[in-house]
Design a binder for this molecule. Structure first.
Ligand code: 4AD
Ligand code: MG
Length: 452
Protein backbone atom coordinates (compact mmCIF):
# COMPACT_ATOMS: atom_id res chain seq x y z
CA UNK A 1 0.00 0.00 0.00
CA UNK A 2 1.23 3.52 -0.72
CA UNK A 3 1.96 5.84 2.21
CA UNK A 4 -0.68 8.22 0.85
CA UNK A 5 -3.27 5.46 1.31
CA UNK A 6 -1.92 4.35 4.70
CA UNK A 7 -2.20 7.87 6.07
CA UNK A 8 -5.87 7.91 5.15
CA UNK A 9 -6.71 4.69 7.01
CA UNK A 10 -8.77 5.02 10.16
CA UNK A 11 -8.34 1.57 11.66
CA UNK A 12 -5.78 1.17 14.40
CA UNK A 13 -3.98 -2.08 14.90
CA UNK A 14 -4.18 -3.06 11.23
CA UNK A 15 -1.19 -5.00 9.95
CA UNK A 16 0.50 -3.02 7.23
CA UNK A 17 3.57 -2.99 5.02
CA UNK A 18 5.44 0.16 4.10
CA UNK A 19 7.93 0.29 1.24
CA UNK A 20 10.01 3.32 0.42
CA UNK A 21 13.22 5.24 1.00
CA UNK A 22 14.57 6.26 4.39
CA UNK A 23 14.56 10.01 4.94
CA UNK A 24 15.92 10.07 8.50
CA UNK A 25 16.75 7.78 11.37
CA UNK A 26 16.75 9.01 14.95
CA UNK A 27 17.84 6.94 17.90
CA UNK A 28 16.48 7.65 21.34
CA UNK A 29 17.15 5.65 24.48
CA UNK A 30 14.23 3.28 24.11
CA UNK A 31 13.11 3.89 20.58
CA UNK A 32 14.40 4.16 17.05
CA UNK A 33 12.42 6.30 14.63
CA UNK A 34 12.73 5.78 10.90
CA UNK A 35 10.96 8.19 8.54
CA UNK A 36 10.04 6.47 5.30
CA UNK A 37 8.88 8.28 2.17
CA UNK A 38 7.60 6.74 -1.06
CA UNK A 39 6.80 9.93 -3.00
CA UNK A 40 3.09 9.12 -3.21
CA UNK A 41 2.54 12.25 -1.13
CA UNK A 42 4.64 14.86 0.60
CA UNK A 43 4.36 13.27 4.02
CA UNK A 44 6.66 10.53 5.22
CA UNK A 45 5.43 7.92 7.64
CA UNK A 46 7.16 7.40 10.93
CA UNK A 47 8.07 3.81 11.79
CA UNK A 48 8.84 3.30 15.46
CA UNK A 49 10.99 0.40 16.65
CA UNK A 50 11.33 -0.45 20.32
CA UNK A 51 14.58 -2.36 19.99
CA UNK A 52 17.63 -2.18 17.81
CA UNK A 53 18.76 -4.88 15.40
CA UNK A 54 21.52 -5.32 12.82
CA UNK A 55 19.43 -4.03 9.92
CA UNK A 56 18.49 -0.87 11.81
CA UNK A 57 22.08 -0.31 12.85
CA UNK A 58 23.24 -0.46 9.23
CA UNK A 59 20.43 1.78 7.97
CA UNK A 60 20.98 5.33 6.71
CA UNK A 61 19.31 8.05 4.68
CA UNK A 62 18.55 6.96 1.11
CA UNK A 63 18.28 3.20 1.77
CA UNK A 64 15.22 1.45 0.43
CA UNK A 65 13.35 -0.65 2.96
CA UNK A 66 10.30 -2.72 3.67
CA UNK A 67 8.75 -2.28 7.11
CA UNK A 68 6.02 -4.48 8.53
CA UNK A 69 4.03 -3.55 11.59
CA UNK A 70 0.75 -2.23 12.92
CA UNK A 71 -0.87 1.11 12.26
CA UNK A 72 -0.94 3.21 15.45
CA UNK A 73 -2.21 6.70 16.30
CA UNK A 74 0.59 9.22 16.10
CA UNK A 75 1.40 11.26 19.21
CA UNK A 76 2.99 13.98 17.07
CA UNK A 77 0.91 16.88 15.81
CA UNK A 78 0.00 17.06 12.13
CA UNK A 79 -0.01 13.35 11.40
CA UNK A 80 -2.76 10.90 12.18
CA UNK A 81 -0.88 7.64 12.16
CA UNK A 82 2.48 6.04 12.42
CA UNK A 83 3.72 2.48 12.30
CA UNK A 84 4.47 0.41 15.39
CA UNK A 85 7.12 -1.50 13.51
CA UNK A 86 7.84 -5.19 13.93
CA UNK A 87 10.29 -6.07 11.20
CA UNK A 88 12.41 -4.21 8.70
CA UNK A 89 14.27 -5.49 5.65
CA UNK A 90 16.90 -3.56 3.80
CA UNK A 91 16.18 -3.68 0.06
CA UNK A 92 18.95 -1.44 -1.24
CA UNK A 93 21.77 0.21 0.70
CA UNK A 94 22.89 3.80 0.04
CA UNK A 95 26.51 4.32 1.06
CA UNK A 96 27.78 7.88 0.52
CA UNK A 97 24.28 9.06 -0.43
CA UNK A 98 24.61 12.65 -1.67
CA UNK A 99 21.35 13.93 -0.15
CA UNK A 100 22.36 13.99 3.51
CA UNK A 101 21.62 17.58 4.50
CA UNK A 102 18.16 18.83 5.37
CA UNK A 103 18.43 21.59 2.78
CA UNK A 104 20.58 21.62 -0.31
CA UNK A 105 20.96 24.54 -2.72
CA UNK A 106 18.96 24.41 -5.95
CA UNK A 107 22.25 24.67 -7.88
CA UNK A 108 23.62 21.57 -6.17
CA UNK A 109 20.40 19.67 -6.76
CA UNK A 110 20.47 20.58 -10.46
CA UNK A 111 23.80 18.76 -10.69
CA UNK A 112 22.18 15.60 -9.36
CA UNK A 113 18.94 15.93 -11.30
CA UNK A 114 18.57 12.12 -11.28
CA UNK A 115 18.29 12.10 -7.47
CA UNK A 116 16.57 15.39 -6.75
CA UNK A 117 13.06 13.91 -7.07
CA UNK A 118 13.77 12.31 -3.70
CA UNK A 119 13.67 15.68 -1.96
CA UNK A 120 10.45 17.22 -0.64
CA UNK A 121 10.66 20.12 -3.08
CA UNK A 122 11.18 18.13 -6.26
CA UNK A 123 8.71 15.45 -5.23
CA UNK A 124 6.10 18.18 -4.74
CA UNK A 125 6.95 19.78 -8.10
CA UNK A 126 6.67 16.41 -9.88
CA UNK A 127 3.28 15.62 -8.33
CA UNK A 128 1.97 19.11 -9.16
CA UNK A 129 3.17 18.80 -12.77
CA UNK A 130 1.46 15.46 -13.12
CA UNK A 131 -1.86 16.64 -11.68
CA UNK A 132 -1.86 19.84 -13.72
CA UNK A 133 -1.12 17.98 -16.96
CA UNK A 134 -4.23 15.95 -16.24
CA UNK A 135 -6.17 19.16 -15.51
CA UNK A 136 -5.20 20.54 -18.92
CA UNK A 137 -6.85 17.54 -20.58
CA UNK A 138 -9.83 17.74 -18.22
CA UNK A 139 -10.45 21.37 -19.11
CA UNK A 140 -10.39 20.85 -22.85
CA UNK A 141 -12.07 17.45 -22.97
CA UNK A 142 -14.97 18.81 -20.89
CA UNK A 143 -15.43 21.52 -23.50
CA UNK A 144 -15.39 19.19 -26.51
CA UNK A 145 -11.88 19.96 -27.67
CA UNK A 146 -10.03 17.14 -29.41
CA UNK A 147 -6.43 16.37 -28.53
CA UNK A 148 -4.24 16.48 -31.66
CA UNK A 149 -0.75 15.02 -31.70
CA UNK A 150 1.07 17.50 -33.88
CA UNK A 151 4.49 16.47 -35.20
CA UNK A 152 7.74 17.07 -33.36
CA UNK A 153 9.90 16.91 -36.47
CA UNK A 154 8.87 19.51 -38.99
CA UNK A 155 10.03 21.26 -42.15
CA UNK A 156 8.39 24.58 -41.19
CA UNK A 157 9.24 27.41 -38.88
CA UNK A 158 5.88 28.00 -37.16
CA UNK A 159 6.84 31.29 -35.55
CA UNK A 160 8.88 32.56 -38.51
CA UNK A 161 11.58 33.55 -36.04
CA UNK A 162 14.24 31.05 -37.01
CA UNK A 163 15.50 29.87 -33.62
CA UNK A 164 15.22 26.18 -34.47
CA UNK A 165 17.24 23.04 -33.82
CA UNK A 166 18.07 21.14 -36.96
CA UNK A 167 17.37 17.41 -37.24
CA UNK A 168 19.65 15.44 -39.51
CA UNK A 169 20.89 11.91 -40.09
CA UNK A 170 23.98 13.17 -41.90
CA UNK A 171 27.35 12.76 -40.24
CA UNK A 172 28.09 16.28 -39.06
CA UNK A 173 31.72 15.42 -38.31
CA UNK A 174 32.23 14.87 -42.00
CA UNK A 175 30.10 17.84 -43.09
CA UNK A 176 32.05 20.61 -41.39
CA UNK A 177 34.36 22.57 -43.65
CA UNK A 178 32.90 21.06 -46.80
CA UNK A 179 30.87 22.85 -49.49
CA UNK A 180 27.15 23.42 -48.71
CA UNK A 181 25.39 20.26 -47.54
CA UNK A 182 23.17 18.50 -50.05
CA UNK A 183 20.00 17.97 -48.02
CA UNK A 184 18.37 15.93 -50.74
CA UNK A 185 20.68 13.18 -49.44
CA UNK A 186 19.54 13.68 -45.84
CA UNK A 187 16.96 11.42 -44.17
CA UNK A 188 13.90 13.43 -45.18
CA UNK A 189 15.32 14.63 -48.50
CA UNK A 190 15.18 18.19 -47.24
CA UNK A 191 16.13 20.27 -44.21
CA UNK A 192 14.17 19.35 -41.05
CA UNK A 193 13.86 20.80 -37.58
CA UNK A 194 12.43 20.25 -34.11
CA UNK A 195 9.15 22.12 -33.86
CA UNK A 196 8.88 25.48 -32.06
CA UNK A 197 5.08 25.20 -31.91
CA UNK A 198 2.30 22.87 -33.01
CA UNK A 199 0.06 25.76 -33.92
CA UNK A 200 0.09 25.62 -37.71
CA UNK A 201 -0.78 21.93 -37.74
CA UNK A 202 -3.38 22.50 -35.00
CA UNK A 203 -4.98 25.12 -37.27
CA UNK A 204 -5.42 22.51 -39.98
CA UNK A 205 -7.34 20.31 -37.53
CA UNK A 206 -9.34 23.20 -36.05
CA UNK A 207 -10.66 23.93 -39.52
CA UNK A 208 -11.92 20.34 -39.62
CA UNK A 209 -12.91 19.45 -36.02
CA UNK A 210 -13.79 22.99 -34.81
CA UNK A 211 -12.11 22.79 -31.38
CA UNK A 212 -8.70 21.20 -30.89
CA UNK A 213 -5.64 21.43 -28.69
CA UNK A 214 -2.09 20.17 -28.74
CA UNK A 215 0.04 19.45 -25.69
CA UNK A 216 3.55 18.38 -26.49
CA UNK A 217 7.24 19.20 -26.37
CA UNK A 218 8.52 22.23 -28.27
CA UNK A 219 12.08 23.38 -28.84
CA UNK A 220 13.73 26.77 -29.15
CA UNK A 221 17.36 27.35 -29.95
CA UNK A 222 17.37 30.95 -28.67
CA UNK A 223 20.32 31.79 -26.50
CA UNK A 224 18.05 32.86 -23.63
CA UNK A 225 19.84 32.17 -20.39
CA UNK A 226 17.04 33.30 -18.10
CA UNK A 227 15.01 31.86 -15.23
CA UNK A 228 11.93 31.77 -17.53
CA UNK A 229 13.31 30.13 -20.69
CA UNK A 230 14.07 26.53 -21.59
CA UNK A 231 15.36 25.12 -24.86
CA UNK A 232 12.90 22.21 -24.49
CA UNK A 233 9.52 22.90 -22.93
CA UNK A 234 5.97 21.61 -23.14
CA UNK A 235 3.35 23.79 -24.71
CA UNK A 236 -0.44 23.64 -24.67
CA UNK A 237 -2.05 25.17 -27.74
CA UNK A 238 -5.82 25.31 -28.21
CA UNK A 239 -7.14 26.38 -31.61
CA UNK A 240 -10.79 27.23 -32.21
CA UNK A 241 -12.70 27.71 -35.45
CA UNK A 242 -15.32 30.47 -35.65
CA UNK A 243 -13.67 32.30 -32.76
CA UNK A 244 -12.32 35.85 -32.59
CA UNK A 245 -9.90 37.52 -30.21
CA UNK A 246 -12.64 38.18 -27.62
CA UNK A 247 -13.50 34.47 -27.52
CA UNK A 248 -9.81 33.68 -27.27
CA UNK A 249 -9.33 36.00 -24.29
CA UNK A 250 -12.29 34.45 -22.52
CA UNK A 251 -10.96 30.95 -23.11
CA UNK A 252 -7.51 31.88 -21.80
CA UNK A 253 -8.96 33.43 -18.64
CA UNK A 254 -11.23 30.44 -17.96
CA UNK A 255 -8.34 28.06 -18.62
CA UNK A 256 -5.95 29.72 -16.16
CA UNK A 257 -8.62 30.02 -13.48
CA UNK A 258 -9.53 26.36 -13.85
CA UNK A 259 -5.89 25.30 -13.56
CA UNK A 260 -5.22 27.42 -10.48
CA UNK A 261 -8.45 26.30 -8.80
CA UNK A 262 -7.53 22.68 -9.53
CA UNK A 263 -4.09 23.18 -8.03
CA UNK A 264 -5.61 24.63 -4.86
CA UNK A 265 -8.08 21.80 -4.56
CA UNK A 266 -6.11 18.77 -5.74
CA UNK A 267 -2.55 19.68 -4.76
CA UNK A 268 -3.36 21.25 -1.39
CA UNK A 269 -0.66 19.47 0.61
CA UNK A 270 2.10 20.29 -1.88
CA UNK A 271 0.86 23.87 -2.28
CA UNK A 272 0.99 24.38 1.49
CA UNK A 273 4.59 23.20 1.34
CA UNK A 274 5.46 25.67 -1.45
CA UNK A 275 3.80 28.43 0.51
CA UNK A 276 5.74 27.62 3.68
CA UNK A 277 9.12 26.73 2.21
CA UNK A 278 9.49 28.06 -1.32
CA UNK A 279 7.63 31.34 -1.62
CA UNK A 280 5.48 32.94 1.05
CA UNK A 281 2.08 33.99 -0.28
CA UNK A 282 2.10 31.82 -3.39
CA UNK A 283 -1.23 30.19 -2.52
CA UNK A 284 -2.75 33.61 -1.97
CA UNK A 285 -1.58 34.81 -5.40
CA UNK A 286 -3.38 31.89 -7.00
CA UNK A 287 -6.56 32.57 -5.07
CA UNK A 288 -6.43 36.24 -6.12
CA UNK A 289 -6.09 35.31 -9.80
CA UNK A 290 -9.06 32.95 -9.55
CA UNK A 291 -11.16 35.70 -7.99
CA UNK A 292 -9.97 38.46 -10.31
CA UNK A 293 -11.31 39.74 -13.60
CA UNK A 294 -8.52 39.98 -16.12
CA UNK A 295 -7.93 43.55 -17.25
CA UNK A 296 -7.90 44.11 -21.02
CA UNK A 297 -5.63 46.80 -22.40
CA UNK A 298 -4.31 47.48 -25.88
CA UNK A 299 -0.59 47.65 -26.50
CA UNK A 300 -0.95 51.33 -27.40
CA UNK A 301 -2.67 52.11 -24.08
CA UNK A 302 -0.12 50.00 -22.23
CA UNK A 303 2.78 51.93 -23.74
CA UNK A 304 1.11 55.22 -22.75
CA UNK A 305 0.90 53.98 -19.15
CA UNK A 306 4.53 52.94 -19.22
CA UNK A 307 5.68 56.22 -20.76
CA UNK A 308 4.07 58.13 -17.86
CA UNK A 309 6.52 56.37 -15.54
CA UNK A 310 9.41 56.18 -17.98
CA UNK A 311 12.03 57.05 -15.36
CA UNK A 312 11.25 53.81 -13.54
CA UNK A 313 12.55 51.60 -16.32
CA UNK A 314 15.99 50.58 -17.38
CA UNK A 315 14.67 50.00 -20.91
CA UNK A 316 12.72 53.14 -21.91
CA UNK A 317 9.34 52.19 -23.36
CA UNK A 318 8.26 53.57 -26.74
CA UNK A 319 5.56 52.63 -29.24
CA UNK A 320 6.98 49.74 -31.27
CA UNK A 321 9.21 48.27 -28.57
CA UNK A 322 8.80 44.72 -27.37
CA UNK A 323 7.58 44.73 -23.78
CA UNK A 324 10.37 43.84 -21.36
CA UNK A 325 9.96 41.91 -18.11
CA UNK A 326 10.11 45.14 -16.12
CA UNK A 327 7.28 46.59 -18.23
CA UNK A 328 5.14 43.48 -17.83
CA UNK A 329 5.75 43.53 -14.09
CA UNK A 330 4.69 47.16 -13.89
CA UNK A 331 1.52 46.56 -15.90
CA UNK A 332 0.38 43.67 -13.71
CA UNK A 333 1.52 44.96 -10.36
CA UNK A 334 1.01 48.74 -10.61
CA UNK A 335 -1.48 49.39 -13.42
CA UNK A 336 -3.90 46.46 -13.07
CA UNK A 337 -3.02 44.90 -9.69
CA UNK A 338 -3.68 41.52 -11.25
CA UNK A 339 -3.64 39.64 -14.54
CA UNK A 340 -3.65 41.74 -17.72
CA UNK A 341 -4.32 40.80 -21.31
CA UNK A 342 -2.45 43.11 -23.68
CA UNK A 343 -3.83 43.11 -27.23
CA UNK A 344 -3.19 44.63 -30.63
CA UNK A 345 0.60 44.70 -30.74
CA UNK A 346 2.56 46.30 -33.58
CA UNK A 347 2.74 43.73 -36.37
CA UNK A 348 6.55 44.05 -36.54
CA UNK A 349 7.03 42.39 -33.15
CA UNK A 350 4.53 39.59 -33.70
CA UNK A 351 4.36 36.49 -35.90
CA UNK A 352 3.34 36.48 -39.58
CA UNK A 353 0.09 34.52 -39.09
CA UNK A 354 -1.70 37.06 -36.89
CA UNK A 355 -4.76 38.85 -38.19
CA UNK A 356 -4.10 42.41 -39.23
CA UNK A 357 -6.20 45.22 -37.79
CA UNK A 358 -7.77 47.79 -40.11
CA UNK A 359 -5.11 50.35 -39.10
CA UNK A 360 -2.56 48.27 -41.05
CA UNK A 361 -0.11 48.71 -38.16
CA UNK A 362 -1.27 46.39 -35.40
CA UNK A 363 -2.21 42.73 -35.24
CA UNK A 364 -4.93 40.93 -33.29
CA UNK A 365 -2.42 39.51 -30.84
CA UNK A 366 -2.83 38.91 -27.15
CA UNK A 367 -0.38 38.24 -24.35
CA UNK A 368 -1.68 37.21 -20.95
CA UNK A 369 0.53 38.64 -18.22
CA UNK A 370 0.37 37.63 -14.58
CA UNK A 371 1.92 39.35 -11.54
CA UNK A 372 5.43 38.12 -10.60
CA UNK A 373 5.97 36.17 -13.84
CA UNK A 374 4.91 38.30 -16.81
CA UNK A 375 3.91 36.46 -20.01
CA UNK A 376 2.27 33.12 -19.35
CA UNK A 377 0.20 32.90 -22.55
CA UNK A 378 0.68 34.26 -26.06
CA UNK A 379 -1.92 33.99 -28.81
CA UNK A 380 -3.93 35.72 -31.50
CA UNK A 381 -6.72 35.67 -33.96
CA UNK A 382 -5.28 34.21 -37.17
CA UNK A 383 -5.20 35.92 -40.56
CA UNK A 384 -7.93 34.18 -42.53
CA UNK A 385 -7.69 36.27 -45.69
CA UNK A 386 -5.54 34.61 -48.35
CA UNK A 387 -4.51 37.92 -49.94
CA UNK A 388 -3.49 39.57 -46.67
CA UNK A 389 -1.59 36.54 -45.44
CA UNK A 390 0.27 36.12 -48.73
CA UNK A 391 1.24 39.76 -48.84
CA UNK A 392 2.38 39.70 -45.20
CA UNK A 393 4.55 36.65 -45.89
CA UNK A 394 6.01 38.28 -48.97
CA UNK A 395 6.73 41.42 -46.94
CA UNK A 396 8.67 39.28 -44.47
CA UNK A 397 10.58 37.53 -47.24
CA UNK A 398 9.09 34.14 -46.41
CA UNK A 399 9.01 31.37 -48.97
CA UNK A 400 5.30 31.13 -49.77
CA UNK A 401 5.57 27.74 -51.51
CA UNK A 402 6.88 26.14 -48.29
CA UNK A 403 3.61 27.16 -46.65
CA UNK A 404 1.22 26.32 -49.47
CA UNK A 405 -0.48 23.68 -47.29
CA UNK A 406 -1.06 26.37 -44.65
CA UNK A 407 -2.41 28.78 -47.24
CA UNK A 408 -4.82 26.07 -48.41
CA UNK A 409 -6.75 26.64 -45.18
CA UNK A 410 -7.43 30.13 -46.51
CA UNK A 411 -8.25 28.81 -49.98
CA UNK A 412 -10.73 26.14 -48.96
CA UNK A 413 -13.46 27.01 -46.48
CA UNK A 414 -11.57 29.66 -44.56
CA UNK A 415 -13.08 30.70 -41.22
CA UNK A 416 -12.14 33.19 -38.55
CA UNK A 417 -10.16 31.27 -35.98
CA UNK A 418 -8.05 31.92 -32.93
CA UNK A 419 -5.80 30.19 -30.46
CA UNK A 420 -3.03 30.59 -27.96
CA UNK A 421 -0.04 28.85 -26.44
CA UNK A 422 0.85 28.39 -22.82
CA UNK A 423 4.23 27.13 -21.70
CA UNK A 424 3.50 24.32 -19.23
CA UNK A 425 6.66 25.07 -17.23
CA UNK A 426 5.67 28.74 -16.90
CA UNK A 427 2.41 27.54 -15.39
CA UNK A 428 4.18 25.23 -12.94
CA UNK A 429 6.66 27.98 -12.08
CA UNK A 430 3.75 30.21 -11.17
CA UNK A 431 1.86 27.65 -9.15
CA UNK A 432 4.84 26.39 -7.16
CA UNK A 433 6.55 29.74 -6.64
CA UNK A 434 9.86 28.16 -7.66
CA UNK A 435 12.43 30.77 -8.71
CA UNK A 436 13.92 29.08 -11.77
CA UNK A 437 12.17 27.29 -14.64
CA UNK A 438 15.02 24.75 -14.67
CA UNK A 439 13.66 23.42 -11.41
CA UNK A 440 10.12 22.66 -12.57
CA UNK A 441 11.07 20.21 -15.32
CA UNK A 442 12.76 16.88 -14.56
CA UNK A 443 15.73 17.35 -16.87
CA UNK A 444 16.20 20.96 -17.99
CA UNK A 445 17.67 21.76 -21.38
CA UNK A 446 19.15 25.24 -21.77
CA UNK A 447 22.20 26.74 -23.50
CA UNK A 448 25.17 24.59 -22.50
CA UNK A 449 23.00 22.27 -20.43
CA UNK A 450 22.12 18.75 -21.49
CA UNK A 451 22.87 16.26 -18.73
CA UNK A 452 22.28 12.69 -19.91
O1 4AD B 1 4.42 33.36 -27.40
P1 4AD B 1 4.84 32.09 -28.03
O2 4AD B 1 6.15 32.05 -28.74
O3 4AD B 1 3.64 31.69 -29.00
C1 4AD B 1 3.59 30.62 -29.84
O4 4AD B 1 4.44 29.76 -29.95
C2 4AD B 1 2.28 30.50 -30.56
N1 4AD B 1 2.46 29.54 -31.67
C3 4AD B 1 1.19 30.08 -29.62
C4 4AD B 1 -0.14 29.95 -30.26
O5 4AD B 1 -0.76 30.98 -30.55
N2 4AD B 1 -0.61 28.75 -30.50
O6 4AD B 1 4.86 30.93 -26.93
C5 4AD B 1 3.70 30.65 -26.20
C6 4AD B 1 4.03 30.46 -24.73
C7 4AD B 1 4.59 31.68 -24.05
O7 4AD B 1 3.57 32.56 -23.63
C8 4AD B 1 5.31 31.06 -22.86
O8 4AD B 1 4.39 30.70 -21.84
C9 4AD B 1 5.85 29.77 -23.47
O9 4AD B 1 5.04 29.46 -24.57
N3 4AD B 1 7.25 29.89 -23.90
C10 4AD B 1 8.30 29.35 -23.24
N4 4AD B 1 8.37 28.66 -22.10
C11 4AD B 1 9.59 28.25 -21.70
N5 4AD B 1 10.73 28.48 -22.38
C12 4AD B 1 10.71 29.16 -23.54
N6 4AD B 1 11.84 29.36 -24.23
C13 4AD B 1 9.46 29.64 -24.03
N7 4AD B 1 9.06 30.33 -25.12
C14 4AD B 1 7.72 30.46 -25.02
MG1 MG C 1 5.08 35.24 -26.86
Amino acid sequence: MLIKELLRLEAEGQSITVRGWVRTKRELKNFIFVEVNDGSCLASIQCTFDRNNDTLAALGTGCSVEVKGKLAPSPSAGQRSEVAAETISLIGSADNYPLQKKRHSMEFLREIAHLRARTNTFGAVARTRSRLAFAVHEFFQNRDFHYIHTPIITANDAEGAGAMFQVTALDMDKASGLPPVDYSKDFFGKKAFLTVSGQLEAETYATALSRVYTFGPTFRAENSNTARHLAEFWMIEPEVAFADLEDNMRLAEDFLKFLFATAMEKCAEDLAFFDARIQKGVADTLRKVVESRFVHITYTEAVKELEKQSEKFEFKPFWGCDLQSEHEKFLTESVASGPVIVTDYPKEIKAFYMKMNDDGKTARAMDVLVPRLGEIIGGSQREDSLELLESRMAELGMNVTDYSWYLDLRRFGAVPHSGFGMGFERLILYITGMANIRDVVPYPRAPGLVEF
